[in-house]
Design a protein around this ligand. Structure first.
Ligand code: ZN
Length: 430
């Protein structure tokens, strides 16, 4: 029975392969006409959903959803995954094409870091306009230096930046609460960079040729609004140039749940125990190791048979009916006691011990202020100071600590702020 069940799960995942051949289906006139232009919209994948089915439901092209979410593997949609539905992003809807005079056909040369989505947004045209005008067989495979025809576009407004700044690019100029933001800066003169978002420093990495990148966390409870990111170039002659780049934070699609704890486990909610444990973790994940240990996208920390999300990151939570609202700081994977947990990326073990609330807990340092935590394990098999490789066994799923059942709580922290861990699996950051 077990092997049949496993086969079924594999089949469900592989079922999404059907999607591949119809990626480039062109939109019908009806689809174009019916397209709703509302605010940014986020959709939570339901059991049995395919990218094709979701695209049909919202009158979008599968490619648009894939590009907007930078899905590296469109076959691996899973229930609970959150997708940004792009046709409704503010950049695209800001200027209705028919109202904009002086629209011309232009060409665009693809620059490093650009995607079809960012180019379409910059010119105020739809993705399919570019895909169709250029007969793009695979819109995921843009080449740097490639020339694209942009029909009926308004010229992008160049940003006039003070030297030494040549460009500042945000991975998501409109970003959902709880996500990680990548900031790319290009400089025309030798300088070091420092940054600040909401009082937290941003560490910039020099990637050569005057190009820098930094990452920062958008807190899951950030009030939706426009916020400035402060970026300062410190020049060799000890002068400084500071710029502010605006980011729009929008509300996440986070549900709400009340968790009932029985008196035995509920007793663990002693405020002093919670405080001591929190302080211990805060002291650890506020550290910043100067080098990144991770490279490329993270893997899931569980095997295929435990790839079932039972509670999403960001869910607003209350305990035993209390009016005090917190949020779920990680993603929960359901799984039987003893199922393996793997390091999703290279890192260093900075905590491996039994905690009152989080049970048997392991915290990995991935460098640059990025950490990942694995709570409620059945047993601890790694030790503080140990370096782990991507995919290495680091523990086993359990129900220790304040857990209502056997599961892995996987949490990621950037500069102490909990961020959506699945974003790190879906995208290679930076
Ligand atoms: Zn959890």
């Amino acid at each position: 029975m077990k092997s049949v069940k496993n086969f079924m799960k594999v089949a469900v995942v592989l079922g999404f392969l059907v999607f591949g051949s119809s990626v480039l289906a062109s939109p019908t006139a009806a689809q174009e006409g019916n397209r709703q232009q509302q605010g940014t919209f986020v959709y939570t994948v339901q059991p049995g959903d395919t990218l094709n089915a979701i695209a049909r439901r919202f009158n979008l092209l599968p490619t648009e959803i894939a590009l907007a979410n930078r899905l590296s593997n469109v076959n691996l949609l899973f229930p609970g995954q959150q997708l940004i539905l792009p046709a409704v992003s503010p950049q695209v809807t800001a200027v209705p094409p028919t109202l904009s005079p002086g629209r011309v056909d232009q060409t665009h040369t693809v620059q490093p870091g650009e995607t079809l989505f960012t180019i379409a947004a910059a010119y105020g045209v739809s993705l399919e306009t570019i895909i169709l005008a250029n007969h793009l067989a695979n819109p995921d495979l843009l080449q740097i230096g490639q020339t694209l025809q942009i029909p009926g576009s308004s010229p992008p407004i160049p940003e006039a930046l003070a030297a030494p700044f040549a460009a500042i690019e945000l991975s998501e100029p409109t970003i959902i609460q709880g996500r990680t933001l990548v900031i790319r800066v290009k400089l025309t003169a030798a300088a070091t960079l420092s940054g600040d978002f909401e009082g937290r420093p941003i560490l910039f990495r020099d990637s050569g040729n005057g190009q820098f990148w930094g990452i920062t966390a958008i807190h899951a409870m950030t009030e939706p609004n426009v916020y400035p990111i402060k970026i300062t170039a410190n020049l060799a002659n000890s002068s400084q140039v500071t710029l502010f780049k605006e980011i729009t934070v929008v509300e996440g699609p986070y549900g709400q749940e009340n968790i009932q704890l029985d008196s035995e486990r509920g007793g663990l909610l002693d405020p002093e125990l919670i405080r001591v444990e929190q302080e211990k973790l805060d002291n650890l994940w506020s550290q910043v190791s100067p080098q990144p240990y991770w490279q490329g996208a993270f893997w899931y920390p569980v095997g295929l048979d435990s790839l079932r999300i039972t509670s999403n990151f960001g869910t607003r939570r209350s305990y035993n009916g209390s009016s005090e609202l917190t949020f779920h700081a990680g993603a929960d994977f359901g799984g039987d006691i003893g199922k393996p947990i793997y390091a999703p990326a290279a890192g260093k073990v900075v905590l491996a011990e039994k905690l009152a609330v989080r049970g048997n807990a392991v915290l990995l340092d991935h460098g640059l202020g990025l950490f990942s935590g694995y709570w409620h394990q059945s047993q601890l098999i790694v030790a503080v100071g140990q370096e782990v490789r991507q995919g290495e066994l680091i523990g086993f799923i359990g129900d220790t600590g304040l857990a209502t059942g056997s599961h892995l709580h996987w949490e990621m922290r950037l500069n102490g702020i909990a961020v959506e861990p699945l974003q790190w699996v879906q995208h290679s950051i930076p």
